[in-house]
Design a protein around this ligand. Structure first.
Ligand code: G3P
Ligand code: CA
Length: 268
């Protein structure tokens, strides 16, 4: 039997592997996603950028500078050019205690390669990054989700959750495919609140919110939950923060340490 979002999303606290097992291996590589699943993750988190020739690739930044041996904007590279870059050596240099020579050969994966590799046995949690600089990104994403049968007939049958800081991007997707569960990412600079007005707007297209964990309170979570919204805070790497958020009633969390969160959940 395969797992659907329904079993995970509404019934238990979900472990979202932030950029893969990114504490232990180079973020946004197939190896890192695979490791995260082995460490107990429920969802693989994927950030999307788009190449010059319109291919969706997994990368956090809109430039290749930080996580490859190249320089410049992703959108100035064709996929072929991007595939020449080394997407693992930076990790060995940055984190010598976690370094592994096998990381040196890792490449930036396309979204399609990720779907081909993992199929529909896993759950995906995908972010449209910088959608304003990538016209057509949502159409391309939906096309691939259809091709690989990752969209359910009902919202709870979905193999994928989509997330974005851009409400426009989420609304655009919602119009194309209303049964894809959507999470509105939010970045708070001060203690977070949700007004009735905001909750009403969010519920028109989203099933939940993804706030930065350090600005939210138990009250914030309870308010969102009372309105029927899921709450998936990011990026939670410390044991005490994980325990606190579980206690407060959050419904999942993004983490670089899927293993730590898995072990906590096993004990509760
Ligand atoms: O997508 C949730 C969280 O990942 C947002 O932060 O910058 O790591 O994509 P970022
Ligand atoms: Ca992200």
């Amino acid at each position: 039997t395969t797992t659907t979002t329904q079993e995970k999303m509404n019934d238990q606290f979900i472990i979202i592997a932030h950029r893969g097992a990114s504490a232990y291996s180079p973020e946004h590589t197939i190896d890192s996603y695979q490791m995260a699943l082995e460490l107990g993750a429920d969802y693989i988190e994927i950030d999307l950028q788009m190449t010059k020739d319109g291919e969706l690739v997994a990368l956090h930044d809109h430039t290749v500078d930080r996580t490859t041996n190249g320089k410049g904007h992703v959108r100035s590279y064709t996929l072929k050019e991007l595939k020449n870059l080394d997407a693992g050596s930076w990790f060995n240099e940055e984190f010598p205690s976690q370094a592994n020579p096998s990381f040196e050969s890792l490449k930036i994966p396309t979204l399609e390669e990720i779907f081909q590799y993992f199929g529909d046995d896993v759950l995906y949690y995908i972010e449209t990054k910088k959608p304003s600089i990538y016209p057509g990104m949502e159409e391309k994403l939906v096309e691939l989700l259809r091709k690989y049968n990752l969209i359910g007939e009902q919202i709870h049958d979905s193999k994928v959750i989509l997330q974005s800081f851009s409400p426009e991007s989420l609304n655009h997707i919602h119009k194309m495919e209303p049964t894809i569960p959507l999470i509105q990412l939010l970045s708070y600079k001060q203690p977070a609140m949700l007004t009735k007005n905001e909750l009403t707007k969010l519920k028109e297209y989203a099933v939940g919110v993804g706030p930065n964990f350090d600005m939210i309170s138990e009250e914030y979570i309870k308010t969102a939950r009372a309105a029927g919204l899921l709450v998936h805070p990011y990026t939670v790497n410390q044991t005490n923060d994980m325990e606190k958020l579980i206690d407060w009633g959050a419904t999942g969390a993004f983490t670089n340490y899927s293993d730590t969160l898995y072990n906590i959940l096993k004990q509760t």
